[in-house]
Design a protein around this ligand. Structure first.
Ligand code: SF4
Length: 340
């Protein structure tokens, strides 16, 4: 669970249940600075003149806000729309896409007007009827670490469980999932966990739970019959990478219960980066050991019009062959969605 160093309440947020819950949960904790903003200027209340310090202080900050405007961003290819409940993450993964996408907003922000957001989701669902509509809850966040005192995901899962054509999905590395275990989700919410080898977690995924804890949380959700999947990403090629990823798959298999309500899904993504991401990462993590040598990669333009440095084709094929073969040998009730 995320215990912030400071909480910034934007105007009128204490009039909402989630805003009030957060206030009540932390009000007796003298170590937490609670600031009620009169001007909604978030950055003025987070110390750090340079990105290096601002990032670290921002990551200790919870902003309680209100989502203004009701247009949702699209979220292809994983869903139809982003569900704008939460942005930001308390983790400090060095390769994280949020370093680029939300570089000047490293704090975690919750929007307390969840009724407005879900009501707008219903409008999108109605407009696409009879097609089903999928909403992604983690396009710009990891929403789990603040769930114990916001119950925002619980309310969302309950909303979708009553929706005929709406579906919800999100991805996490975190483990604060207790409040989700006893919801009658009616298979409308899919939860995926991001896993990686112990070496990758130790070297690059700062302030995130261990592999064991992530697997343990995923098993509890599988036992609650949620459609559950695993994103193994980013895949890094290093000495003994195959042995380490093999051990990861084996550890997962050994932990799985005998009875599983839905096939386990796998999404496997090799490491890639943009020049812009590399520049920001070097600023936030000057000592990073992330492998980002252009001479070891190929440059390719993606669907969004900017280029990325990928592993060369022969290495991508090696990754694909390895995971296809091993997943097939180890698991029996699974779907590989993609290996890229
Ligand atoms: Fe980014 Fe996910 Fe790590 Fe959070 S847990 S910092 S969202 S990669």
């Amino acid at each position: 669970m995320f215990i912030p160093k400071r909480i910034l309440f934007q105007k009128n947020t204490l009039d909402y249940k989630i805003g009030r819950n957060i206030y009540d949960f932390f009000k007796t904790n003298n170590n937490i600075e609670m600031i009620q903003l009169s001007n909604n200027r978030i950055k003025d209340n987070i110390p750090g003149e340079y990105l290096y310090d601002f990032y670290r202080e921002g990551k200790k900050t919870l902003v309680v806000g209100i989502k203004k405007g009701i247009k949702f961003q699209t979220c292809k290819p994983s869903a139809h729309y982003q569900l704008p409940l939460i942005s930001g993450c308390t983790g400090q993964c060095e390769y994280c896409y949020l370093n680029t996408n939300l570089g000047d907003k490293p704090y975690i922000k919750i929007n307390v007007n969840i009724e407005d957001i879900l009501s707008q989701a219903q409008n999108y669902i109605d407009s696409r009827f009879p097609e089903k509509t999928i909403f992604e809850g983690s396009a710009t966040s990891d929403p789990i670490p603040i769930e114990p005192y916001t119950n925002s995901l619980k309310q969302t899962i309950e909303f979708f469980s009553n929706s005929e054509n709406g579906h919800f999905r999100f991805v996490t590395k975190y483990t604060d999932i207790d409040s989700l275990l006893h919801i009658n989700h009616r298979n409308k919410t899919e939860i995926r966990f991001t896993l990686n080898t112990e070496k990758v977690i130790k070297n690059y995924e700062n302030k995130t739970p261990s592999l064991e804890k992530r697997i343990d949380a995923s098993i509890r959700l599988i036992n609650s019959a949620y459609p559950t999947g695993f994103i193994i990403a980013p895949i890094f090629i290093y000495d003994n990478w195959k042995e380490d990823y093999f051990n990861l798959l084996l550890k997962l298999k050994k932990s799985l219960p005998k009875h599983i309500s839905h096939p386990i899904t796998f999404e496997i993504i090799s490491h890639r980066y943009t020049q812009r991401a590399k520049n920001i990462i070097k600023e936030i993590f000057p000592e990073t050991k992330l492998p980002m040598e252009e001479k070891e990669r190929i440059f390719k333009y993606g669907q969004f019009g900017y280029g990325k440095f990928l592993y060369p084709k022969n290495e991508i094929i090696e990754i694909q062959n390895f995971f296809e073969t091993q997943i097939k040998a180890i698991f029996n009730n699974y779907i590989i969605k993609y290996i890229i």
